[in-house]
Design a protein around this ligand. Structure first.
Ligand SMILES: [Cu+2]
Length: 68
């Protein structure tokens, strides 16, 4: 299932790369695309819960403001 995650705190390419890596590391996730400008990640989350997605991002120091 495709999800759009709104993320606060990404300031540069290193930040968006770190978010991409953290999301892609979750089992079953594919097609991760992170936009630094929009502060959003779009991905096929597979069977991961919103809570798991949120935790993966918060674990590396960014804030999740919405998951749709
Ligand atoms: Cu950065």
């Amino acid at each position: 299932m495709y999800k759009t995650i709104s993320i606060e705190g990404m300031h540069c390419q290193h930040c968006s790369a770190a978010v991409t890596k953290a999301l892609a590391a979750l089992p079953g996730v594919s097609g991760v695309s992170v936009s630094l400008e929009q502060g959003q990640a779009v991905l096929d989350a597979g069977s991961n819960s919103d809570a798991a997605l949120r935790e993966a991002i918060e674990d590396i120091g960014f804030d999740v403001t919405a998951i749709k």
